[in-house]
Design a protein. Structure first.
Length: 297
């Protein structure tokens, strides 16, 4: 009978040690060994192989997966590398089993973050194409105008990231506070968007991720309820199917790709099609994104 082989990053994920992405980083850094030997990226392991990280043997996790809703305080960093950052989320929670955060909240922000030992669920939740809601309540340093709300909702070009934010839902709560629902997670996205519009964030709290709301005091956590977990898996299953369908549609096989017509001398150009020479400066008139007026320091 043929032995079942598993990719090394998946093995680390299924063992509850880290996500697949973090596993790739560990493998690339040469911190992972198989039977005492540093492997190449993409290596597969069998059930009889001994896998270790920094000399610590990693065993398959046969326990029920852990899913926690944690209210991260300001000042705590979302990293699993406890040797680099003393104010890290792992030491703060001090959970009896190895867990890691799904996604990030920057050091100055507080609120809901998921903690788990299920590495396979991480990419499903974080994948931007799945359009999973993340809701925040944000306070800024001066009165909020309707123009600010409209600009935040319509999308802003962030020069430092060379990305335009997706359209999102933004509602004013009071003179200095608003609620925003994002489906993407660019680095310091909300703070960068506000800075572009000359506002400074004084408080940023995440209050919901998908179907799970923040309902525990700062610095505390709770396990997902059975109902929450069931709904979460249903949402992830549906969004993954949508993602796979889009991928298949956008990536046709060679045989199904349309063959371009070869232009001939006898072909006549339609009269209603503009020539390159007829456009200003010989180039099509394309709308360019507005560049940032301010840069992060």
């Amino acid at each position: 009978m043929e032995e079942k082989l598993t990719r090394l990053n998946k093995y680390l994920s299924e063992a509850g040690f880290c996500s697949r992405r973090e596993g790739d980083k560990l493998i690339d850094a040469g911190r992972v060994t198989i039977n005492g030997v540093v492997p190449e990226m993409g290596t597969k392991v069998s059930p009889n192989d001994v896998v270790a990280v920094d000399g610590e043997i990693i065993k398959n996790n046969t326990d029920k997966p852990i899913y926690l809703a944690f209210n991260k305080p300001v000042g705590i960093v979302c990293t699993t590398d406890t040797s680099v950052e003393k104010d890290n989320i792992i030491d703060y929670i001090n959970y009896p089993k190895r867990i890691f955060p799904i996604g990030r909240l920057d050091k100055l922000s507080d609120g809901l973050i998921f903690m788990t030992d299920d590495g396979d669920i991480v990419n499903k939740i974080l994948r931007a194409s799945n359009n999973h809601d993340k809701e925040y309540v944000v306070t800024v340093d001066k009165p909020i105008s309707q123009t600010f709300i409209n600009r935040m909702a319509s999308g802003i070009y962030l020069e430092d990231l060379d990305r335009t934010t997706k359209k999102c839902s933004v509602k004013k709560i009071d003179s200095h506070t608003f609620r925003i629902i994002l489906t993407q997670g660019l680095n310091r996205q909300i703070r960068r968007m506000c800075e572009y519009l000359t506002y400074e964030v004084t408080s940023l709290r995440r209050v919901r991720i998908m179907n799970i709301k923040l309902d525990v005091p700062v610095g505390e956590y709770r396990e997902f309820t059975e109902k929450e977990l069931k709904t979460l898996h249903l949402l992830l299953e549906d969004s993954t199917k949508i993602h796979e369908a889009k991928t298949a549609k956008d990536s046709p096989s060679r045989s199904s790709r349309p063959v371009k017509d070869t232009p001939t001398k006898d072909r006549v150009k339609p009269k209603d099609q503009p020539n390159r020479e007829s456009t200003k400066g010989g180039r099509p008139n394309r709308e360019r994104p507005i560049r940032n007026r301010r840069k992060d320091h």
